[in-house]
Design a binder for this molecule. Structure first.
Ligand SMILES: NC(=O)c1ccc[n+]([C@@H]2O[C@H](COP(=O)([O-])OP(=O)(O)OC[C@H]3O[C@@H](n4cnc5c(N)ncnc54)[C@H](O)[C@@H]3O)[C@@H](O)[C@H]2O)c1
Length: 270
């Protein structure tokens, strides 16, 4: 139905989980994909599985990284047509136990880093669109930001995460308006429960390493069961299903859709 051959995509958090599935599906549709992840070893695994494109390991909350990542993508892969701001993690606790560092970290990863990536791409998007318009052609480019039901509906224990995920919706709708003139579709996909390490049952092993700090991730089994029972489809989604909603926004099928948030939750609302 469509091909992404000739397109260059950039996917953050592509080492595992949903980002990995997004990168694999973009590559399967023909795109050259620049992969980014904090963790070099899963990043290399994704790169090996795809067998082409580029890989750039690093922390996207490092203020200098977004600029370098965008520059490297354009230099190595010859352009930039699709950006998927996917990297993220949870750092949960009730508000009275939430530190300033923790709250700020959730804003940094979920909205500040996407903002910096889009800002870094702005010059390329504008100049390229102007050149294309001068030659009488219109090329739609795509930005997909990842949000969550926690940002749209709220979720206890996630003041920071929910705020970051809500903020990315504001960024999405603003950029849709700023960049319509450059033919860039800017949309967001909000997930419910998708089967990755972020929703593993809470236990001693459910910790992730973020810049040397061990952060507990996961969901209590009872909460997971309750949420799944509330969901019309009655199950957790797979990373491949999550990626499907993102691919819609990366493809020509969504060329006349911008500023929207597509909820990919199995029909569940909190
Ligand atoms: N899994 C769910 O149920 C769910 C629900 C709603 C939203 N989301 C969102 O989906 C996105 C993907 O999450 P996932 O479930 O695949 O998690 P995951 O942990 O499986 O994958 C996320 C990837 O992002 C990377 N990452 C984290 N911080 C980074 C940083 N600073 N720089 C670069 N890379 C970084 C991690 O190393 C990891 O490989 C996140 O934005 C998450 O908030 C997930």
């Amino acid at each position: 139905m469509f091909s992404l051959e000739t397109k260059v995509a950039l996917v953050t958090g592509a080492g595992r989980g949903i980002g990995r599935s997004i990168a694999m599906q973009l590559a399967a549709a023909g795109a050259a994909v620049m992969l980014n992840d904090l963790d070099p070893s899963p990043l290399e695994e994704t790169r090996d599985a795809i067998g082409r494109g580029g890989a750039f390991a690093g922390d996207i909350t490092d203020p200098a990284l977004p600029g370098k990542l965008v520059e490297r993508t354009i230099q190595e892969l010859g352009g930039l047509d699709i950006i998927v701001n996917n990297a993220g993690y949870t750092w949960d606790s009730v508000i009275q136990k939430t530190t300033d560092e923790q709250f700020q970290a959730m804003l940094d990863i979920h909205v500040v880093a996407p903002f910096r990536i889009l800002r870094a791409a702005a010059g390329y998007f504008r100049d390229t669109a102007k050149r294309e318009a001068a030659s009488g052609i219109r090329v739609q480019r795509k930005v997909v930001n990842i949000t969550s039901i926690s940002g749209t509906d709220g979720s206890p224990g996630q003041a920071g995460y929910g705020s970051g995920k809500a903020a990315v919706v504001g960024l999405t709708r603003t950029m849709a308006k700023e960049w319509g003139r450059y033919n860039v579709n800017v949309n967001a996909v909000g997930f419910g429960l998708i089967g990755t390490r972020l929703i593993q049952p809470l236990s001693e092993t459910s910790k992730i390493d973020v810049r040397g700090r061990e952060i507990k991730v996961g969901v209590q089994q009872a909460v997971l069961d309750k949420v799944v029972a509330m969901s019309p489809l009655g199950r957790v989604g797979t990373p491949e299903e999550a990626a499907g909603a993102v691919i819609f926004f990366c493809s020509p099928l969504s060329d006349f859709v911008t500023g929207e948030v597509l909820m990919c939750t199995g029909g569940m609302r909190f």
